[in-house]
Design a protein. Structure first.
Lengths: 479, 1002
């Protein structure tokens, strides 16, 4: 099979028909180009495959060493927790969820931008997504892996965590479908599976390109395996695009459902500060907000390190900044509405909880959240700021911090002062749970670095579709 | 063979055997015969093929490699059953706990031969079936692995016999030198031991027993002695009292008879709308005690004002009643006393109640105050047969303890003592430094003690003694009821002997002619009661009942006072002139005097007032703290005239200005791994002839800060959450509503579940509850609840299924005028439980009988249920807390309750094991329903206040249904529609006006 496909010039193979049709050449002059430098299609392939083929740089190795160390340290701390008990964390009686579930919700939230970019923006024909969707999707998968680790580890007996799945067993026990945690299991696993398949589907043509272009025979074999016998035939393209479209359609509701379901963990409870109907949209907005911030952080680094400035342009970053601004205001609205309703409801417990958030032991967390999530993104009203890399980078970090604190505020401050003052307490993390959280960053970044090195990190096929060359044009026009 | 026993049914394993009974003979007859295989061919049936040979060969080699079989050991079957012992069914035995000189009748559950739970004996007049947290927790000490299991001579291991002959030698040589031998014993109330003591003292004139209490409180007995000539105290019966004025008398807290007092006091604290009657407690004190916390009117006095306060009441009473009953000498003695609004108020209330009123002054306070109380009670008419203070209820061995110890001091100083034996006394820890130094100068020092304690370390010979549950003895209670103390288990440490046994054996060693017919203390005890119980049957009946019916030994005292003596006693006021801060040293609520301190149950039991565990604290109000420049948790050095202690500061409202409270019982250095180094010992503040009371102190910051392991933190809430509800008697009387006891459920979209059969529910009467913590330990003991240690308690990980919540409310009378309310809080077994629907694996579910059940095996440990519990009563096992239980402490646990591993959630089960026992029992008797009162939860059984009702609310005649038919009933957080099964009854304070509630807790 590879013999036949090898005959087709690699740069001709992957011109995406469907995507090319989606383009309207009339828009061209009014829009900023999505790819800078006007490269030829071969150049595009070469440049992206070169990341895979090129020599491993010292900078890359050093970064990998650091992230892998963090990941291993996190895994060691995870093992320590499993062996000793989650008592090594700082959780206690009123606050039985702390950093663990905060981290879980944080990572699930991070994942959302990937799905949004790959599915919803695809359906809305947002062409600018092509340069960033691959890495955003990869980020989704890695973030969900981290989230799954956190949710597994937070149980007292993780070796029995499989009981959360409905499977026939000798105990004749079925799971409790009334529990939002069961909904979580379904939501997150569906999300992970769909995201993985969607990502892989998009990768098939690019794996074929890699298969064709890499010199190393082992690598060639591996890419050959993953390219599933892709020949670039019209029939392949037809099936591929149909599949891609269907996946996009399946993934779209997931963007809304996963974080809505995660928010049900809190919204369906009876604890003041959790028991709120605003949570599903608020969580979804927050997830997209934090996800885009994380995409921004990673891509700003990647375009610097991997020299992808032509593909990931300021226009992309500008668009993402706008989304951050919009979703940031949505969460800001949610914060104020929560507060208003708590006051307006005249519910003693509800108001006490929110008053405690503003002024209590964890007020610092609340105000960190408000400053990072609501106040600081306002800077993106200015176009200049949306195009200044350092500003965007710092902002994206701020948003990530702010969104982590949002979850912490919701989880810990609601729990530490609930109904009976006699049971009130204070929670602070131990070095173990901090290490595990840092470890998840290590795992996330390590996987991302490996991804950047071994997988075409920009959708080659798709990006060719948004190049001027892919549009109908006269032969006289330069390639 | 089946054929030889025709009546027996034949059971067969497979149809093969059924069809062909001979087939069984063809098998190889091994124990585990394999069922016939499908091919029905043995491997070698048709000769050995090459393939099958290789298969068998390789299989054998694999087996040889894989199976390192353990050597065979024959199991010894349980063929000889113990009489009365059915495996799995616990037996109950009575015994008696001598808490100093207070006899406390106990009923002990013995599971498969080892005691697993202590409760009160309901036939005993003092315990009335109830028990204190302290008495229950002594079970831990029984199985304490830190108890020394060898006798020691000069630090080396020895046998008891060698050790005793060593002591004998020293005693003999002392006697030959003409020097005396003193045996220092603790307070006790055993008539047989008293008899043995007098026999030994009679036989050996130079040997004398001296009672050396850890804590002296002679004020009351001395006042009695001066006034009436009777050297001792009388136990008041508070069930007869309508008005109680308690002056620095913590009769509900640290008192030895607190269980008895609580039962009698709380009995009259359950008013209803129809019959709004209850007693009134007026407490005047300087520190916040449990008694003050339960008072209807609490008066904060500085320690120096106490005498004047009581004398002021006396003056008022004399003014109203005349002095005819007590003589005119007394009138002149109080002539110069200034009355205050407080004493006028107290006098007014006392006079209202007439002979149903009593003034109780702390036994550690001045003779004058105690004598004044006697005079007041005499004038009120509350002393006399059948009255509150009944001369028949004299407390045994309650005489003044100082004189004997003073004499000992003199003898020691004079060098008259040749040898001293510390018999379950620990002066190195409890006594003042002067006495310690004197004792250390004695040439021969021997220690007989439960633990190798501080005093054992200064003794040349140490012999371990038995725990009271392992010991034969007897005890007499006020009123003359005698109980036999029977051992429930053979000594866990076989080398240990009781102090009585050791005394007897030593005497017999010293002189063979001493009681030649007696071989052991049991013989001696039995002989002492021979006339009462000549035969085995009556003796066993006595042991089974736990009290000796029809044997009220005469303990009646003649209380005829002399006016002159009374007047003289009234002059014996305390010298209290303080320039600076005042240290108030009292017994610890949890640890008492510290004898049983090596006890994790007690150390982790939150102090009812401060909620502190695992530490001693210097308690002071915020004004005192500001004055001393001290903050909460600062470790401060509290220096008295004789020593200093380092403890963290704890800021508590309700303390008198300038008073710093310290508890005894902490700071053990040679007790065991649990208690050593926990807190600091306030005994160090005592000088010669000083004990609990008030001393001038200085406070200095050390610069160190302690993490306070309190189970409740300081938080102020200003909102209107109605968790504790309080009312006043006046309001209750004005209430004309009626309650059917039926709880109106809100409209629901789905049908409410109907409970057929049983439906369990509980009622807690907050008005009767005094916050004594007995239920907390009862629950811990019954349900195998682990302790978590100081660090985890500080982090809010205490495991108690039942916690005692404490709330403060301020009255309008000023900053320090606080009121305290207690609320036992545990799983409310909600009908609509928020924990149940969130568990992903259905590990917590609702039973058809209304219980919220926890299936530990199924629990994965998501902790979601805990988060979603509005009461936060679920407890998570953060670690494997039971993993490090050393033998024999594993015998402590109730075999009917599962031990929980780490990673699972647990909580109150309403003692489901007891419910099931009762249900099985009912089923055995052919009943489908349990009779009311058949199920008694552990907390209910222990509660001295009888504030807990439990039962089946489908049984409309049950007590628990009855208890809900009151306007006082409410359910905590009812508004969440979780429908708790626990009903709380509002706390009622006996007063006119509505209390101003601004609740906070701290």
């Amino acid at each position: 099979m590879s013999a036949t496909t090898a005959a087709i010039p690699d740069d001709m193979q992957n011109v995406s028909g469907y995507m090319a049709e989606a383009m309207s050449p009339n828009e061209e002059p009014f829009r900023e180009p999505l790819i800078l430098g006007n490269p030829s299609m071969h150049d595009v392939s070469r440049k992206i495959i070169d990341i895979i083929e090129g020599k491993v740089t010292g900078k890359y190795l050093a970064t990998l060493a650091v992230t892998a160390t963090l990941a291993i340290w996190g895994i060691i701390c995870t093992g320590y927790t499993i062996v000793t008990g989650i008592g090594v964390w700082g959780l206690n009686n009123p606050v039985a969820w702390g950093w663990d579930i905060t981290d879980f919700v944080f990572w699930i939230g991070i994942g959302h931008a990937g799905t949004l970019i790959s599915a919803i923006l695809f359906l809305f024909r947002q062409k600018w997504r092509t340069a960033i969707n691959r890495s955003a999707e990869a980020m989704t998968i890695f973030a969900v892996i981290c989230a799954l680790l956190m949710v597994l580890m937070h149980t007292g007996r993780p070796w029995f965590a499989y009981w959360l799945f409905p499977y026939p067993n000798q105990m004749l026990m079925w799971i409790n479908f009334r529990s939002p945690l069961v909904w979580d299991v379904f939501a997150v696993n569906t999300y992970f599976t769909v995201s993985l398949l969607f990502w892989f589907t998009g990768l098939v043509p690019d794996f074929a390109t890699a298969r064709n272009m890499v010199k190393n025979s082992v690598a060639k074999k591996i890419y050959h395996f993953f390219s599933l016998g892709w020949t670039g035939s019209t029939r392949h393209w037809h099936i591929y695009e149909l599949a891609y479209l269907i996946f996009a359609a399946i993934s779209t509701p997931l963007v809304l459902s996963v974080h809505s379901v995660v928010s049900f963990d809190f919204a369906t409870s009876v604890i003041p500060g959790w028991h709120t109907t605003i949570f599903p949209p608020y969580f979804v907005a927050g997830a997209i907000f934090s996800g885009f911030a994380m995409v921004m952080t990673l891509l700003i680094i990647a375009r610097e390190i991997l020299n992808l400035k032509d593909f990931i342009t300021l226009k992309h970053l500008d668009n993402m900044s706008k989304i951050i601004l919009a979703t940031g205001m949505m969460v800001g609205y949610a914060y104020s509405m929560e507060l208003f309703i708590a006051w307006y409801s005249k519910n003693t417990y509800e108001w006490a909880t929110f008053y405690n958030r503003l002024t209590g032991d964890y007020a610092w967390a609340y105000w960190t959240m408000v400053s990072c999530n609501v106040i600081s993104p306002q800077i993106f009203w200015f176009k200049k700021m949306r195009r200044t890399i350092p500003v965007m980078f710092i902002m994206s970090i701020f948003v990530n911090i702010g969104m982590w604190f949002e979850r912490f505020t919701i989880i810990a401050t609601s729990l530490h002062h609930d109904y009976l003052p006699s049971s009130w307490g204070y929670y602070s993390p131990t070095w173990v749970e901090i290490s595990i959280f840092i470890g998840t960053f290590g795992i996330f970044l390590t996987l991302f670095l490996l991804f950047a090195k071994f997988v075409p990190m920009i959708a080659i096929a798709e990006i060719k579709g948004v190049m001027p060359n892919a549009q109908p044009h006269h032969h006289e026009e330069s390639h | 063979m089946p054929s030889s026993v025709p009546s027996r049914k034949n059971y067969f394993k497979s149809s093969e055997i059924f069809l062909n009974p001979n087939a069984i003979k063809n098998t190889n007859g091994g124990e585990f015969e394999s069922l016939p295989m499908n091919d029905e061919k043995s491997l070698f049936d048709n000769g050995v093929s090459r393939r099958s040979f290789m298969a068998v060969l390789s299989g054998s080699m694999a087996l040889v490699a894989a199976s390192c079989r353990r050597p065979d050991h024959k199991l010894v079957p349980y063929v000889k059953s113990v009489e009365y012992q059915i495996p799995g069914i616990p037996n109950y035995y009575t015994t008696v706990f001598q808490h100093k000189n207070a006899a406390h009748g106990l009923l002990i559950r013995s599971s498969d031969g080892h005691p697993t739970k202590i409760d009160g004996n309901d036939l005993h007049p003092i315990s009335k079936g109830k028990s204190s947290a302290f008495a229950q927790a002594t079970l831990v000490n029984l199985y304490d692995p830190d108890r020394m299991n060898r006798a020691k001579i000069n630090g080396g291991d020895s046998t008891v016999n060698n050790a005793l002959s060593h002591i004998k030698g020293a005693v003999l040589s002392s006697i030959q030198d003409g020097k005396s031998v003193r045996i220092l014993i603790d307070e006790h109330c055993s008539p047989t031991f008293s008899k043995l003591i007098s026999e030994i003292e009679g036989k050996f004139p130079l040997i004398k027993f001296v009672v050396l209490p850890s804590v002296f409180a002679d004020g009351s007995a001395e006042a009695m002695l001066k006034t009436t000539g009777y050297d001792g105290e009388i136990l008041p019966n508070l069930s007869l009292a309508n008005t109680i004025v308690s002056v620095d008398n913590d009769f509900l807290g640290t008192d030895k008879f607190a269980v008895y007092h609580t039962a009698n006091f709380s009995q009259n604290r359950k008013p209803e709308a129809g019959k709004a009657v209850m007693n009134m407690l007026i407490a005047a004190e300087s520190t916040l005690t449990l008694t003050g916390a339960n008072a209807d009117k609490r008066m904060l006095l500085s320690p120096a004002e106490t005498d004047a306060f009581v004398l002021g009441i006396l003056k008022e009473i004399i003014a109203a009643k005349g002095s005819a009953l007590i003589g005119s000498d007394v009138e002149s003695a109080v002539a110069n006393v200034q009355t205050t609004p407080n004493s006028q108020f107290a006098a007014k209330e006392l006079l209202k109640a007439g002979d149903k009123a009593i003034v109780m002054v702390g036994a550690h306070r001045s003779v004058a105050a105690n004598a004044a109380a006697y005079a007041i009670n005499t004038l009120l008419g509350s002393i006399g047969s059948g009255k509150i203070i009944d001369p028949n209820a004299a407390i045994p061995n309650s005489n003044c303890k100082y004189p004997a110890v003073k004499e000992l001091r003199e003898e020691l100083k004079a060098g008259k003592i040749g040898a001293v034996i510390f018999a379950n006394t620990n002066p190195e820890y409890t006594a003042d430094r002067e006495l310690n130094n004197l004792l250390k100068k004695t040439p021969n020092r021997f220690s007989w003690s439960l633990y190798k304690d501080e005093t054992a370390s200064i003794a040349s010979v140490y012999i371990p003694t038995t725990h009271y549950i392992e010991t034969w003895g007897d005890a007499i209670a006020p009123g003359g009821i005698v109980s036999i103390q029977q051992p429930i288990i053979a000594p866990v440490n076989p080398t240990s002997q009781s102090v009585q046994e050791l005394c007897l054996n030593l005497a017999k060693l010293l002189d063979e002619t001493f009681l030649p017919e007696i071989t052991g203390y049991y013989d001696y005890l039995r002989a002492n009661y021979k006339s009462n119980f000549p035969d085995k049957q009556s003796w066993e009946k006595t042991l089974s009942d736990g009290i000796i019916a029809g044997l009220p030994a005469s303990v009646s005292v003649n209380l005829s006072h002399s006016s002159a003596g009374l007047a003289q006693a009234l002059g014996m006021k305390e010298e209290m002139k303080f320039d600076g801060l005042i240290g108030c040293v009292s017994l610890s609520y949890s640890l008492g005097d510290g004898y049983y301190s090596n006890n994790s149950w007690l150390l982790e039991l939150a102090d009812p007032i401060t909620k502190m565990t695992w530490d001693n604290v210097a308690v002071m109000n915020s004004a005192t703290a500001v004055l001393s420049n001290v903050k909460q948790g600062d470790i401060i050095a509290v220096a008295g005239n004789h020593g200093s202690v380092e403890v963290p500061a704890y800021i508590l409202p309700g303390m008198a200005d300038g008073v710093v409270g310290l508890a005894l019982g902490f700071g053990r250095t040679s007790s065991g791994n649990v208690a050593n180094g926990v807190g600091d010992s306030a005994y160090k503040l005592f000088g010669a002839n000083e004990s609990i009371g008030y001393y001038p102190i200085k406070v200095e910051k050390t610069g160190k800060i302690s993490v306070l392991a309190a189970t409740q933190n300081h938080n102020t809430i200003d909102d209107d959450r109605e968790i504790i509800k309080e009312t006043t008697l006046a309001e209750l009387a004005a209430n004309t509503e009626n309650s059917s006891g039926i709880i109106e459920l809100p409209i629901s979209l789905v049908d409410n579940y109907t409970y057929k059969g049983h439906r369990w529910a509980m009622t807690i009467d907050l008005s009767a509850c005094t916050g004594c913590n007995a239920c907390v330990i009862a629950c811990q003991s019954e349900n195998n609840i682990p302790n978590v240690g100081k660090k985890d308690t500080a982090n809010g990980r205490e495991m108690h299924w039942l916690r005692m919540d404490r709330y403060f409310s301020r009255t309008s009378e000023g900053e320090e005028s606080v009121e305290v309310s207690f609320q036992p809080m545990f799983c409310q077994h909600c009908e609509n439980a928020p924990c149940e629907n969130v568990c992903p694996v259905a590990a917590t579910t609702h039973s058809p009988e209304g219980l919220n059940e926890m299936t530990y095996n199924r629990c994965v440990g998501t902790k979601y249920c805990l988060n979603n519990c509005p009461y936060k009563v679920r407890r998570f096992n953060w670690f494997n807390y039971h993993k490090h239980d050393a033998e024999p402490s594993n015998l402590l646990y109730n075999p009917d309750v599962t031990m929980r591993m780490r990673g699972v959630m647990e909580k109150c089960t309403f003692c489901v094991q007891r419910i099931n026992h009762a249900k099985f029992h009912a089923k055995d008797q052919g009943r489908s329903q349990v009779v009311d009162g058949e199920v008694v939860t552990a907390c209910q059984q222990a509660c001295p206040a009888s504030a807990i009702y439990f039962g089946n609310i489908n049984d409309k005649t049950s007590k628990v249904v009855e208890s809900r038919k009151t306007v006082r009933g409410y359910r905590v957080l009812e508004e969440l529609n979780v429908r708790p099964s626990v009903t709380y009854l509002e706390k009622v304070r006996n007063r006119e006006a509505k209390s101003e509630m601004s609740v906070h807790h701290g």
